[in-house]
Write a new protein. Structure first.
Length: 414
C-alpha cells in the first residue's frame, strides 16, 4: 500500500501545541542549571548551601515529570471520552498559566511559586500523547510510523527553540531588560497563540466514547493494565530504560559542561539547541531511509544501542569539541529509534484505545524522568561523569530488551 502522509493542515494546530509544550520543557534546562549552580545564588538568595542548591535543582527537574505522570494518563483517557480538541485546549490553557507562575516566581524571588508553576506545567503537559492519538486516528498501519515521525520532529523544533530562548534571553548583552523570568513570559505568549489555533482551526479527529470512564487511580492502573499483556510489558521496559538514559544525559550534561568549561546560560542554551537540532535531522534524513530498509524493531534496537554507547564514551575525554561531536550520533539515533518505537506502541492497541496507549508512553516517560531528576542527589558520590555513564548503560539495556522483544513477537514491516 502506498504510504501517504497526513494532510498537514489537519494537525498543524496540535503540532504547534507540541512545540509550545516542548519549548517550555527545553527552556527550563539551561535556566535552572544556571540558576542553581551559580555562586552566590541571586535568583533565590535564601538558598545558600551547595547541598540545598543540588536539592532544588533536582526538584526542578523532577516536578514536571512527577505531575505529568498523573496528568498525562487522565488527559489521554479523557480525550477518548470527550475528544481530542477539548483536552488540547485544557492542556494549552494550563501550560499558559504555568509559564506565568514560573515567570512571576522568579521575578519576586519566590522558589515556592516557581516550583508550583513547574509542577503545573507537568500536570498539563498532555499535548504530545493527545497529538499522537489524533495522528493514530488518521493513520493506517502502513503509514503510521512515518506519520508518527511528525510528532517527534515537532518535539525537536520545540527542543531547539526552547533552549535557545531560555539561554539567550537571560543574558543582558542581548536585551538589557532580559533575565531569568523573561523566557517564561515569552513562552506564555506562544501558549496563548497555541490555544487560539486549536480553538479556531483544529477539527476533531475522534468520535468520543462516552462509555469509557476515568478513575482517580488511573495513573497507577494504567501500568497495571499494561503489564497484564506480556508484549506491552516488554515495550514499557524498553521505553522506560531508554528514556531514563536519555534524561540522565540531558540533565547532567549541562552540569558537566558548566563544571568543565564554566558555561553561561546562553552557552548551555546553544548546547541544548544543538542536541534538538540533531534530533530533528535524524528524523528528516536518517529515518526515511531506515524505514525502507529495516523493520521497526531493528531500527529501535540499533538506534538505542548507538545512543547508549555514545553516552558512555562521552565521559572518556574532557574535550569540548569531542563532547559536542558525540551529540550528533547520540541525538539522531534517539530520535529515529523513538519514532519507530511510537509506531510499535500504537500498533499494539486497537482504534478505541489509542489515547490510553499514548498515555502509557507519556506516563512511562514521566516515571523515567522523575528517577532521572532524583539522580542529582547522587552527584556527590558519582560525579557528573559517573551519572552520564549510568545513563549510557540504561540506553544499552533498552536496546537489549528491544531485540529480545523482536525475537518473541512478530516484527512490524512497512
Amino acid at each position: 500500500m502506498t504510504q501517504k502522509a497526513i494532510s498537514f493542515s489537519r494537525i498543524a494546530p496540535c503540532l504547534f501545541s507540541i512545540i509550545v509544550d516542548y519549548m517550555g520543557f527545553g527552556l527550563v534546562y539551561p535556566l535552572v542549571t544556571a540558576m542553581f549552580t551559580q555562586v552566590p545564588e541571586t535568583v533565590f538568595p535564601h538558598i545558600e548551601s551547595a547541598s540545598a542548591r543540588d536539592f532544588y535543582l533536582g526538584l526542578s527537574y523532577l516536578l514536571y515529570p512527577l505531575f505529568m505522570f498523573f496528568g498525562a494518563s487522565f488527559l489521554g483517557d479523557m480525550s477518548d471520552i470527550y475528544g481530542r480538541k477539548k483536552e488540547l485546549l485544557l492542556s494549552m490553557g494550563g501550560i499558559l498559566v504555568s509559564f506565568l507562575l514560573m515567570a512571576y516566581g522568579i521575578y519576586v524571588h519566590s522558589i515556592e511559586l516557581f516550583l508550583v508553576g513547574r509542577g503545573a506545567s507537568g500536570l498539563m503537559a498532555g499535548s504530545q500523547p493527545l497529538c499522537m492519538a489524533a495522528i493514530a486516528d488518521l493513520s493506517t498501519a502502513e503509514n503510521k510510523a512515518r506519520n508518527m515521525s511528525l510528532v517527534t520532529l515537532t518535539n525537536c523544533i520545540g527542543l531547539v527553540l526552547g533552549p535557545f530562548i531560555g539561554g539567550v534571553f537571560t543574558e543582558t548583552y542581548f536585551l538589557q531588560w532580559a533575565g531569568f523570568s523573561f523566557p517564561f513570559f515569552l513562552a506564555a505568549v506562544f501558549a496563548l497563540v497555541g490555544f487560539g489555533l486549536i480553538y479556531f482551526l483544529f477539527e476533531e479527529t475522534f468520535v468520543p466514547n462516552r462509555e469509557k470512564t476515568v478513575k482517580f487511580t488511573r495513573p497507577i492502573t494504567i501500568f497495571v493494565d499494561a503489564f497484564k499483556h506480556h508484549h506491552i510489558c516488554l515495550l514499557v521496559s524498553v521505553v522506560f530504560t531508554q528514556l531514563l538514559g536519555l534524561m540522565i544525559y540531558y540533565q547532567i550534561m549541562g552540569i558537566y559542561l558548566r563544571e568543565l568549561f564554566h558555561y553561561s546560560s546562553a552557552q548551555l542554551g546553544y548546547f541544548y539547541a544543538f542536541v534538538g537540532l540533531f534530533f530533528a535531522l535524524g528524523i528528516l534524513i536518517v529515518l526515511p531511509r531506515a524505514l525502507k530498509r529495516w523493520q521497526l524493531e531493528e531500527i529501535v534496537g540499533s538506534g538505542f544501542l548507538i545512543m547508549g554507547i555514545c553516552a558512555m564514551v562521552s565521559v572518556l575525554y574532557t574535550n569540548e569539541i569531542y563532547l559536542w561531536a558525540l551529540v550528533i550520533p547520540f541525538a539522531a539515533s534517539h530520535s529515529i529509534g523513538f519514532s519507530a518505537l511510537a509506531a510499535i506502541f500504537s500498533n499494539a492497541a486497537d482504534e478505541k484505545n489509542q489515547g490510553w496507549m499514548m498515555g502509557v508512553v507519556a506516563a512511562t516517560f514521566a516515571v523515567a524522568s522523575v528517577i532521572a531528576g532524583l539522580s542529582t542527589n547522587l552527584l556527590p558520590f558519582t560525579g557528573a561523569r559517573g551519572l552520564i555513564g549510568l545513563g549510557g548503560a540504561a540506553g544499552i539495556l533498552s536496546s537489549w530488551v528491544m531485540f529480545y522483544y523482536a525475537k518473541k513477537h512478530r516484527p512490524h514491516r512497512l
